[in-house]
Design a binder for this molecule. Structure first.
Ligand code: TYD
Length: 223
């Protein structure tokens, strides 16, 4: 059966995920690999509609459980409409944020029963976990500086405007996931210059891609 490769990119605000995904996508395309590049929250029409509701803060008043449900609903639609079909076609999927964001941002808030989070995760993922997750690690003080500079005059979203202490605990939660799942997660030092981070990302991803398609060379590549 044809099967692609699912790679997710995680990390706090201003860690540089989006920049690195663009650079990596260009390199993979240049090698002829077929890609699906997507993001969360969003990535499918249904999930993009939910994205606006969440990031505007409109759902905040309903509490953390409701927000977690909305993220999970958006993820379920995104998986079934976009990610699973792409993986079944044999594409490499690059996804900007995925389930670890829910584990860290919603689960790590301490306001939701872990049993509820686990159940939600099982239902929404329906067996779809990334093969590889790159965790972009950066001191939140530096990440927030970058995020503020990037945003310019636009208002901070629902999650960006939280305190440095909250961003610090998210960083620890990501590192804890990496410690618990070393086969899936690689931590990238995102405080380094763009070219250095790019080099690290390229090295890890191409190693995984080449190992994945070694038995079927050309499978994920354009004819
Ligand atoms: P986005 O503008 O895409 O941020 P970034 O460029 O940092 O990826 O906004 C996504 C925000 O939503 C981000 O602050 C993290 C948060 N989020 C969650 O809280 N839970 C989730 O499951 C996901 C996917 C994102």
């Amino acid at each position: 059966m044809t099967r692609g490769l699912f790679i997710s990119f995680e990390g706090g605000e201003g860690a540089g995920k989006s920049t690195q995904i663009k650079l990596l996508a260009a390199k993979l395309r240049a090698k002829g690999y077929r890609l699906t590049v997507t993001r969360e929250p969003g990535g499918s029409p249904g999930a993009e509609a939910v994205r606006h509701v969440i990031l505007s803060g409109a759902a905040e008043t309903f509490g953390p459980k409701m927000e977690a449900l909305l993220f999970a609903a958006a993820r379920s639609d995104h998986i079934e409409q976009v990610i699973r079909p792409a993986i079944e076609r044999g594409d490499i999927v690059l996804c900007d944020r995925f389930v670890d964001s829910s584990r860290v941002y919603q689960g790590g808030s301490g306001e939701i029963d872990p049993v509820f989070m686990t159940a939600l995760e099982r239902v929404s993922l329906n067996g779809m976990m990334p093969d590889l997750t790159l965790i972009f690690d950066i001191d939140p003080a530096l990440g927030m500086q970058r995020a503020t500079a990037r945003r310019g005059d636009d208002a901070a979203d629902r999650f960006e405007k939280e305190t440095l202490a909250v961003h610090r605990s998210r960083r620890e939660a990501y590192l804890e996931i990496a410690r618990k799942e070393p086969e899936r997660c690689i931590v990238i030092d995102a405080s380094q210059p763009v070219e250095t981070v790019e080099h690290a990302v390229t090295e890890v991803v191409f190693r995984t891609v080449e190992a994945c398609f070694a038995s079927a060379p050309g499978q994920a590549q354009e004819a």
